[in-house]
Design a binder for this molecule. Structure first.
Ligand code: DGY
Length: 327
């Protein structure tokens, strides 16, 4: 029997390719630094039963229509806003993602951004390297405290909850807003549910942990930044379009809020001319919250396991549209 074809849209860890090669004939876009152009995806998927995709690949209805044999789209990410899920479900294509394995790593990085932005770490590093350090000064590069501050989580899914657990170690009071209320976590983590506006008004640090959808696009805009304290530190490790980036840059430039740590952008890669990149009180990094070596390898192998399971007619560990499997 001929082996199914799988297209992998980037050079990924070898461990994942080994899993795929054990059952399929695998073609890899062999660049690490750029995604395959759309015409390459359309051409490669014409014969493929499976695609191992990254969050940089738009797998929409047009791509699926050009891929008549496609059974599975396995995304190497927990987020899957790059994939048209209703279109996949309509065509009976299983979509999978990589939850859980990155939760703790992203939560670590979220805390890292909170601390770095609040304590002006990057600015201080630049200051020292630039030879500006003349003497000890009482308020030199003074920032905000994280310990015993109030943390406002926008979204209390897996990652939001993991950040809340870390916040306990800093003696923080934790508030949250989500569309789904989690009374179990409110009790076990001693956290309080408030409306979005009240979380924004009461928090010293605000961290966003919602998926991108039509309901969350620009959830944080000018009106939301206007509610925050002028000492507030804002962190986003979720998806860029959840935040109106222009409104964020204005809030930082006018000192409406104190600082921000930003991992994700409305357009990625962010333009070097973006106003956010000109601001000393913004820490900007290239979508790396889950980028520890062990976690990225585990994400890749999990994505491969998901893909192989579908090709073998088994239930994958992490389906996004399990209703397709029931058919
Ligand atoms: C995801 O998995 O969705 C992240 O943004 C990349 O780890």
């Amino acid at each position: 029997m001929s082996r199914p074809n799988v297209y992998v849209t980037r050079k990924v860890p070898e461990q994942a390719l080994e899993i795929l090669r054990s059952v399929a004939s695998v073609t890899v876009w062999d660049r690490e630094d750029v995604p395959p152009p759309r015409e390459v995806i359309l051409r490669e998927l014409a014969q493929a039963e499976g695609v191992f995709s990254l969050l940089t690949d738009r797998i929409d209805a047009e791509v699926m229509a050009a891929a008549p044999r496609l059974k599975v789209v396995s995304n190497f990410a927990v987020g899957y806003d790059n994939i048209d899920i209703p279109a996949a479900t309509k065509r009976g294509i299983v979509v999978t993602h990589t939850p859980d394995v990155l939760t703790e790593t992203v939560a670590d990085f979220t805390v890292c951004l909170m601390l770095a932005a609040a304590r002006r770490l990057v600015e201080a590093d630049r200051y020292t390297r630039d030879g500006k350090w003349k003497t000890w000064e009482p308020l030199l590069l003074a920032g905000q405290d994280i310990h015993h501050a109030t943390l406002g989580l926008i979204g209390l899914g897996r990652i939001g909850a993991a950040v809340a657990r870390r916040a306990q170690g800093f003696g923080m009071r934790v508030l949250y807003y989500d569309v789904v209320r989690r009374e179990d976590l409110e009790r076990s983590l001693s956290i309080a549910y408030l409306s979005l506006d009240d979380v924004l008004r009461d928090s010293d640090v605000i961290s966003v942990h919602v998926p991108l959808s039509e309901h969350t696009r620009h959830l944080m805009g000018r009106a939301q930044f206007a509610l925050m304290k002028n000492t507030a530190v804002f962190v986003n490790t979720s998806r860029g379009p959840v935040v109106d980036q222009r409104a964020l840059a204005e809030a930082l430039a006018s000192r409406r809020i104190f600082a921000a740590g930003i991992d994700v952008f409305e357009q990625e890669p962010v333009s070097p001319d973006d106003p956010l990149l000109k601001l000393d009180n913004a820490i900007v990094v290239p979508h790396i919250a889950s980028a520890s070596i062990p976690t990225r390898i585990r994400m890749a192998t999990l994505a491969a396991e998901n893909l192989v399971a579908v090709l073998q007619g088994k239930r994958p560990p992490n389906p996004v549209n399990p209703e397709v499997l029931a058919k």
